[in-house]
Write a protein that binds this ligand. Sequence first.
Ligand SMILES: *Cc1c(COP(=O)(O)O)cnc(C)c1O
Length: 369
Amino acid sequence: MQKTTETTLEINLSALEHNYNYIRSKVKPSTKILAVVKAFGYGSDAVEVAKELVDLGAEYFAVAYSGEGEQLRDKGIEIPILVLHPLPTNFKVIIHRCLEPSIYSIKMLREFVAFAETEQQQNYPIHLKFNTGLNRLGFIASEIPEILEILQNSESIKVRSIFSHLAASEDQAEREFTLKQLKSFSEISEELLKSLNYKPLLHTLNTSGILNFPESQYDMVRCGIGLYGYGNSVSENKHLQPVVTLKTVISQIHYLAPGDTLGYNRAFTVKEPTKTATLPIGHADGISRAYGNGVGWVTINGQKAPIQGNVCMDMIMVAITNIDCNEGDEVVVFGNTTTAENLSNAINSIPYELLTAISQRIKRVVYRK
Ligand SMILES: *Cc1c(COP(=O)(O)O)cnc(C)c1O
């Protein structure tokens, strides 16, 4: 690994491989792994991660929006890509780039069928999304007869999969609710399978579902956060390795005297002689203002340096009074020691949010260990 000379997100493909193999070991050999690479691969680099996952054997990808799928196609990704949250305005891109839409309402199903017909498609793969309790997107069970009627009246589309999404698969206290969701999914899929003369894939587990409800893995599982090294529990995190490490450097060191104030709005008043370091990373890079004023920290030469004052757009200042360091030294924001989980928990957030907030202006470096 070269020396850090500016803010850099390091992406460890060996860690990705380790996590993929761990997830692979948790599912039956016949169960396909769909890798979720939405939001720039959870803030990393969707294309680099996707290429590696293809090599590792991932059989499907999912993105949230069609533009994300288009980018993967532009970079040569050829395996099937499920678009989790398309809108009718995206149908043209979806068909032209061979992306596979999640269809979540009757209105949308009718519109997609009509569009596929005008595009003279036959058996275009679609994925039926069912709402079993998350109440976000999806058909409900009572819509099945109407869905079947629409399906039976058109050759333009074919159901590639039937799926649902769990609301609290990481939460042991909500186990009963999750089991209820899984039961609804099983009933819904059975009812549909009875009337279709072919068998679509069934899938309903995200990372924590894979780890906590292995009996419901069906034909495929949808793994996101686990591939990036986070398992939503202390015990699962032990089996996984964080893929990304966010690093920066010290731009300048200041020596402040009692009575001096630090940063915008003079939010921090110095009480005793204080040494601070200014770092080239701010809220525009994904370091929320909530980390300011002592809530968040970075690590310099192995020691924790609290973020002091308000987080600026492009900079933060950290207190380094007792840390031996120099301008130009490397700073770790999060990675293997302070993880994205540790840091995000300081502001009652989750690694998903911290990882996906890392801005696109930050340089990415991919490496293997
Ligand atoms: C984001 C997403 C996933 C991945 O969830 P993880 O908890 O990151 O594994 C799976 N399915 C759907 C529908 C999603 O939106």
